[in-house]
Design a protein around this ligand. Structure first.
Ligand code: FMN
Length: 167
């Protein structure tokens, strides 16, 4: 399996999780950064980000390199915002629709409490697939002792690997 984790993270939960999965699986990492950053403090943080997610915004991204031919598996990492995946992920998918064709997809979501099911449903719709190969949902992993999330991360990585072994 050659995988890449393409993620957006505002406050580090998804970033740390993505880095942990990369260490476990050898996947590459690609962090997405909108040209115009979302406010990350106070009420603005929730209002702007929440509205942008609900509206299905596609914010322009800072330049990145994505060499699609190298990968058979693309793992999208995102916080849950207003029961959705985040707008930078939407931009990436729209901008790389052709390059993503035929890939296997998985998702890694971090959240405070809920919205992951709707977020995964929306992600599948945008990707045009019925199922994701594996889904990992973590609740604020940065605020928890590492052991609490470790088994979920290992289970997720194991699932990806076993699907790959089956061909
Ligand atoms: C704009 C915004 C909307 C959010 N909406 C939700 C939500 O619908 N459900 C939820 O459980 N958490 C929600 N959260 C919390 C984040 O998903 C959670 O803190 C996540 O772990 C952050 O990941 P990060 O540290 O990688 O940015 C929201 C946070 C923001 C900033």
């Amino acid at each position: 399996m050659k995988a890449i984790i393409i993620y957006y993270s505002m406050s580090g939960n998804v970033k740390n999780t993505a880095e942990r999965i990369a260490a476990e699986t050898g996947a590459d990492l690609l962090a997405l950064h909108p040209v115009k950053s979302y406010p990350d403090k106070g009420a603005k943080k929730f209002i702007w980000g929440g509205k942008s997610a609900l509206m299905g915004d596609k914010p322009k991204l800072q330049p990145y390199i994505f060499n699609a031919d190298k990968y058979d598996t693309v793992i999208f990492g995102s916080p849950v915002w207003a029961s959705s995946f985040t707008p930078p992920i939407r931009t990436f998918i729209e901008d790389n629709r052709q390059a993503l064709e035929g890939k296997r997809f998985a998702s890694v979501l971090c959240q405070l409490g809920n919205g992951d099911k709707k977020a995964n449903k929306k992600l599948k719709k945008v990707l045009g697939v019925e199922e994701l190969a594996a889904e990992l949902v973590l609740i604020e992993p940065n605020a928890k002792p590492k052991e609490e999330t470790e088994s979920s991360i290992l289970e997720f990585c194991g699932k990806l690997k076993s699907i790959d072994d089956q061909g």
